[in-house]
Design a protein around this ligand. Sequence first.
Ligand SMILES: Cc1ncc(C[n+]2csc(CCOP(=O)(O)OP(=O)(O)O)c2C)c(N)n1
Ligand code: SF4
Ligand SMILES: [Mg+2]
Length: 285
Amino acid sequence: MVKLEDYRGGETAWCPGCGNFGILTALKKALVDLGIAPYEVLIVSGIGQAGKLPHYMKCNTFNGLHGRTLPVATAAKLANHRLHVFAVGGDGDGYGEGGNHLIHTIRRNVGVKYLVHNNQIYGLTKGQASPTSDLGFVTKTTPRGVVAPPLNPIALALALGASFVARSFSGDIPHLVHVLKEAIRHRGFALVDILQPCVTFNYLNTFAWYRKRIYKLEEEKTYDSADRFSAFKKAQEWGDRIPVGVFYKEGRPTFEEQFPALKDGPLVKQKIELQRLEGLMEEFT
Ligand SMILES: Cc1ncc(C[n+]2csc(CCOP(=O)(O)OP(=O)(O)O)c2C)c(N)n1
Ligand code: SF4
Ligand SMILES: [Mg+2]
């Protein structure tokens, strides 16, 4: 039986009280609840405080360049589509530097689960405004306040035809575990935007600020997560009331399901014809 200790990784270097801890705990718990063992999991990350998460878990991990998690995760999923592949990163990493990759990974419906630690700031580089910083938010690089409106990741994903779009809060671990389990069970790409307070640099979007505003879509009896237009309407809410939960999900073919070469099993398990490989290598010499 899989246990939480099986996933225990290295010493953490996050600030005490950081919202990232809740995400680390919830991800391990969701995997254990679903009986998924560390050898079946790959976590890909780029650069940032969020990008350190794979260092703190014992499983397959890959730490690459800032904003480039999704191409790596896509390649890994195609090489071994039986693996549970996660991409994790910050709001800067995913919605700024890696924005272009997000668009095309959603469009392709690659079976990767994408966890965005959305602290509405660049944490690792000491507190510059990010694409999701609220209007008027003052930082060292925006001393008169942010003037561009924030990117809305939920609305963006819905508009691109994402097959699973959710938001949760790192201060509510049971809710986050529930949403992560839903995302893992979903076939295809899943975006989970996680509201993650940065206790050192984001003085505005604190745990208390979120707790006052958050409400759960699951508790709205009439909410239908199969209706993209209702989801789009909910995605516009931000400020006094902030919805969390699964905004939208639908079943549609995944990217990897459509490759004939993968029908015989994962590429990593298939027999390689060495002669063909040698021929290919020769072309590069
Ligand atoms: C190509 C590139 N550009 C910029 C940087 C500098 N840099 C490192 S982390 C970071 C922002 C991190 O913010 P975010 O992705 O929100 O992660 P957080 O630290 O908040 O978790 C930046 C700009 C870099 N390492 N590589
Ligand atoms: S700077 Fe912010 S995001 Fe980074 S570890 Fe500290 S509290 Fe967390
Ligand atoms: Mg950030």
